[in-house]
Unconditional design. Sequence first.
Length: 181
Amino acid sequence: MRKLILLPLVLAVICGVAAGALTWVESVTGGAIEARAVEARQAALRVVLPDATTFVDRSDDPALAEDPNVLEVNQGERDGQPVGLVFLVSTTGYGGSVQVLVGVDAAGSLSALKVMSAAGETAGLGTRITEPWFQEQFAGKSGSLQFGPGLDSLTGATISARAVLNAANIALKAFPLLWGR
């Protein structure tokens, strides 16, 4: 009978100590982890809109209500002057959601794009949308984009490639709604 009470009590003490240790570690490292996440996000924004030195969150703009695929918008600025917008767009790929960070410069052309998340895409095929050559071909493009001369799709990964193309088109369509407001 004594063992029946002692074993759960020992287990409860061990669990309490472990929970306390995890809470302490999180309190010590939580700030640093969050700071690194913010730095990584800022670095990604600078990759797709390199002319900007600072970014202002414009995600609460009512014009964004028109397209639920636009998750976030940041206005890039240099010396206090706007130089473009960066859109975080979510589209549907072969294996689920594909999130793409799309930079649009002041002229309304794509400055760059970066696939941020494509976890559900097929390894070796759909994940090729994360390769630099594929993403870099979108730079300088404007208007309504289609695959063809000057913009290559991916053989065997058409749905994944189309998800990135759709993200670029969504950003280009949303740009005039927000620019200059």
